[in-house]
Write a protein that binds this ligand. Structure first.
Ligand code: PLP
Length: 422
């Protein structure tokens, strides 16, 4: 009876799903239920076609003329402009380049530099203790280079951000946060936190790794200063696809970033001796763009054409709630603890459960063609990528999970051994 009801509900939710037509735009192996679009988005058909085109025709046939003929040179700006509407940004405020880590170092330097020109007191970068490690590492590396008197990291628990803004009101230069926590899925209130930081003269950098492509972001409206994000997660840009930077136009003239490579030069093909910074977001570019990867990303973004971030968020909420209900109704193992908040407003597009056997359960699920992921120390993380998942698939995933648990298959040695990438 329970199962029948869930099954009926899945069917009716799939019927009213405004994005259901997009399922056919992705290449996924038959019978695979992919709940890991938050780590590596699947292959869009458009990206597959472009991959062949860029390699065989553009590189193969047109060779170096493609920089002009196929406008390879303007890919960073064009791709940025395609990402911008997903962030609630003017098109010219976003550029695609490098990785989140490298981009963070550029925007951190830019923000610190702006602050140190207006007040010499501000040297503190406030962040959250459980941030994605690379974000903290980048601040630590910068601090080693320029010294703690110019850059000093203070990381506080996630629920102490507002009090840290008060406490460091006079010394904080930058508040650097990850919008959706990669482990728990907890979401920060971007508008309220940005406003509170600005009230104390602190600039704000948001990491949107688990936000871009699934949330109804409004960076311009929230008056965000800088943001970074990656495109291989919910944007389905492919493994190692370039990341992006957002910088509010009002800061452009004051931005200085130290990676002054030739692609960020005003006239790279003048081959001048001295650096002269380019206008607008181009100043964030460093070296030659990864053309193959960025072309694939460019095509992958076409999947978002004609759909709104509100529709995407609505589907994400619906999928997440349905999975949670099916899980609660069918899974009896009491060792699972949901560490993601219950309220939709407080969580992104994932559910994270801690369980002492999380790693082995995840491996056993993969053997049943349900791909989720494991995050140390004991988290089974389930991502709900709204463009290609159906509610029916989620019910099937919960049923396969139930089978793995009921039969205790996860105890098999093959599922207990950790692999290099988890
Ligand atoms: C995935 C992720 C990154 C990845 O950074 P790269 O430098 O692009 O590898 C950074 N921050 C967060 C919050 C992430 O989830």
């Amino acid at each position: 009876m329970i199962l029948q009801n869930l099954s009926k509900r899945a069917e009716s939710l799939d019927t009213i799903d405004a994005l259901s037509h997009l399922v056919d735009d992705f290449c996924l192996p038959a019978d695979c239920i992919y709940l890991d679009g938050n780590s590596l988005g699947p292959l869009p058909l458009s990206a597959k076609q472009r991959a062949r085109e860029v390699v065989e025709l553009q590189w193969g046939d047109d060779l170096i003329t493609s920089w002009n003929k196929h406008a390879w040179i303007s890919l960073p700006q064009r791709v940025g402009a395609k990402i911008a509407p997903l962030l609630g940004s003017l098109p010219e405020q976003v550029i695609a380049c490098d990785s989140i880590s490298v981009n963070l170092s550029k925007v951190l330097c830019a923000a610190l530099n702006i602050q140190q020109h207006s007040s010499t007191q501000r040297n503190v970068v406030i962040s959250q203790q459980d941030n994605f490690p690379t974000d903290l590492y980048m601040v630590q590396g910068l601090s080693e280079l320029v010294g703690p008197q110019r850059c000093s990291l203070i990381s506080v628990p996630e629920n102490k951000i507002l009090s840290a803004i008060e406490e460091y009101a006079d010394t904080a230069a930058v508040l650097m946060l990850t919008h959706v926590n990669f482990r728990s899925g907890r979401i920060h209130d971007m508008q309220a936190i940005t406003k509170a930081a600005h009230a104390k003269g602190i600039l704000v950098i948001w990491d949107l790794a688990h936000s871009a492509g699934v949330l109804d972001l409004e960076l311009d409206k929230c008056e965000v200063d800088f943001a970074v994000g990656c495109t291989y997660k919910y944007l389905n840009g492919g493994p190692g696809a370039p990341a992006f930077i957002y910088a509010a136009k009002r800061h452009w003239d004051d931005i200085k970033q130290p990676l002054s490579g030739w692609m960020g030069h005003k006239k790279p093909f003048d081959f001048a001796h001295d650096y002269s910074v380019a206008d607008g977001m181009t100043r964030f570019l460093v070296g030659t763009p990864p053309v193959v990867s960025m072309s694939i990303l460019d095509a992958a973004l076409d999947t978002f054409d004609g759909i709104s971030t509100k529709q995407i968020r609505a589907k994400s909420v619906s999928l997440t709630q349905f999975f949670q209900d099916a899980f609660n109704a069918l899974i009896e193992d009491k060792r699972f603890t949901l560490i993601t908040p219950n309220e939709h407003a407080l969580r992104g597009s994932q559910l994270a459960f801690s369980h002492p056997q999380a790693y082995a359960i995840c491996q056993a699920l993969i053997a049943h063609k349900v791909i989720a992921d494991f995050r140390a120390p004991d988290i089974l993380r389930i991502g709900f990528s709204p463009l290609f998942l159906t509610h029916k698939q989620l019910l099937d995933a919960v049923l396969r999970l139930k089978e793995v648990l009921d039969t205790e298959q996860y105890l098999l040695a093959e599922f207990q051994t950790k692999q290099a990438v988890t």
